[in-house]
Design a protein around this ligand. Structure first.
Ligand code: 4AD
Ligand code: MG
Length: 477
């Protein structure tokens, strides 16, 4: 294969008069003369100009929608507006023919649901190519942020014997024959006969192992896939999603909130600075969709303006108790517009979170110090003995994007919490050891990768920001 120049390079530093080879997919072929060619390196197409009398009729016919072609030609100054150069085709080769009538994605607006069924082609659309370039950018920026701040990237295991969140929403990992598993004397499945000699699951979080790392390397982060068998068919839940979990020795809950805010702003800023063309396409897409909506259903600001606003303003920080009080004295509560009553001791519902973020404060909100009974066993008990040093970062349009806490470093309190919450302490012997031998105050959080990608790209459904979504009943591709 001869060397090719990527279209991003051609358009970034166009050198009129040079001969280049480009390869890509035909997005349009107008008037048997103008090919819009895209190779995925940028949202922008390169215009290829074809003098059809120089090519065989058979070849011209094969230059069809989403055929893959190679073009050698000369860069010339563009006649039309919108681009500075175009490619005058001298040689065209069909690398992969296509059938424009049978191509599963016809060139018209398709619903997101339809495109999900065609996940093997949806990345070729403008919207999805922009989303997945930005997804890459955020993943890269995450590593850059932590590397630049002196953190070590740590790989936590994917197969695990412990349930970090204690929520019991785990996928079993086993090699036992489901039709006739080994049984113990009580007739129950004998997990000691299983591959790992014990019951194992896919991880729901790398946090507990990240704490091991933090108490040795000081500052670590994990970034890997996590799995939750929760039967939530919502626009914010996946059964397989990626999580970033920084864990830092000597941090308290306030340091943790500072890190969460600085880190999320960095990611947004990184995309604003480096991916303006992709963001512009996504911004325009939303504006087009909103033209058909009622005014009250539209977003208060465009996508890029929203991102800028979040970067430029401090996040609101309130306690859970303050949040409940604000909610109880709110208009929608007094007028009976909330489905669930906000009451001290029960979890904030999505409708409460959204009202706080979108109506009351109109910016991201960090809620901290939640009642101990609605949070995980490892969160640090506050002096009031009622709340724990937990924090959730809530974003407009999405709700919870980050969940974290200061960890309980005091062995006796941790042990009594484990007992209170009926957690199998045997599996956590190593976790308790960390408190016995050189424990220290420490804190961390988990950022839901797809949720931040959702926020930055403005996509409504989390299934449209991961290449191949896993949700209840769906594991195609
Ligand atoms: O709040 P969560 O459950 O926190 C933890 O797992 C902690 N162990 C993290 C830590 O302190 N190291 O999950 C963290 C984040 C949530 O805020 C949310 O953004 C995302 O993970 N998340 C999901 N994203 C997509 N689909 C799901 N089913 C998710 N569940 C959680
Ligand atoms: Mg949470």
């Amino acid at each position: 294969m001869s060397r090719r120049t990527e279209i991003a390079t051609v358009l970034q530093s166009p050198e009129v008069g040079t001969k280049v080879t480009v390869m890509g997919w035909v997005r349009a072929f107008r008037s048997r003369r103008f090919i819009a060619l895209n190779d995925g390196s940028t949202i922008n197409n390169l215009q290829v100009v074809v003098d059809f009398e120089n090519f065989s009729e058979d070849l011209i016919k094969q230059v069809s929608f989403h055929a893959c072609i190679k073009v050698i030609g000369q860069l010339v100054e563009s006649q039309g507006s919108g681009q500075s150069v175009e490619l005058q085709a001298e040689e065209i080769e069909i690398l992969g023919a296509s059938d424009p009538e049978a191509y599963p994605l016809q060139p018209k607006r398709q619903t997101m649901e339809f495109l999900r069924e065609k996940a093997h082609f949806r990345m070729r659309t403008n919207t999805f190519s922009a989303v997945f370039r930005i997804r890459h950018a955020i993943a890269f920026a995450i590593h850059k942020y932590y590397n630049d701040h002196g953190y070590y990237y740590m790989h936590s295991p994917i197969v695990t014997g412990s349930d970090a969140e204690g929520a019991g929403e785990m996928f079993r990992v086993t090699t036992l024959d489901p039709a006739k598993p080994a049984l113990d004397e009580n007739g129950e499945v004998d997990w000691s006969a299983d591959f790992f000699g014990k019951a194992t699951n896919l991880t729901v979080s790398g946090q507990l192992q990240a704490e091991i790392g933090a108490l040795a390397l000081g500052k670590v982060y994990t970034f890997g896939p996590t799995f939750r068998a929760e039967n939530s068919n919502t626009s914010r839940h996946l059964a397989e999603f990626w999580m970033i979990e920084p864990e830092v020795a000597f941090y308290d809950i306030h340091d943790n909130m500072d890190l969460a805010e600085d880190f999320s702003k960095y990611l947004i800023n990184y995309v604003l600075e480096n991916y303006p063309d992709d963001l512009a396409i996504l911004d325009k897409r939303i504006q087009d969709l909103e033209k058909q909506m009622k005014k009250e259903d539209r977003r208060p600001m465009g996508l890029i303006d929203t991102l800028r606003f979040v970067v430029d303003n401090d996040f609101e920080r309130i306690t859970y108790t303050e949040a409940i009080n604000i909610l109880r004295s709110s208009k929608p509560f007094k007028k009976g517009r909330f489905e669930f009553e906000p009451s001290w001791g029960s979890d904030l519902q999505a409708e409460h979170e959204r009202w706080l973020v979108e109506k009351k404060f109109q910016k991201p909100v960090i809620v901290r110090d939640y009642p101990k009974d609605i949070k995980a066993f490892y969160m640090r008990m506050n002096d009031d003995d009622k709340t724990v040093a937990a924090m959730d970062v809530l974003f407009p349009g999405i709700g919870e994007v980050i969940g974290g806490s200061q960890r309980e470093e005091r062995l006796d309190i941790l042990e009594s919490r484990i007992k209170e919450m009926d957690i199998h302490a045997e599996e956590l012997w190593w976790y308790l050891d960390l408190r016995k031998f050189g424990g220290c105050p420490h804190a961390g959080f988990g950022l839901g990768f797809e949720r931040i990608v959702q926020f930055i790209t403005g996509m409504d459904n989390i299934r449209d920001v991961i290449p191949f979504p896993r949700t209840p009943g769906k594991a195609e591709f």
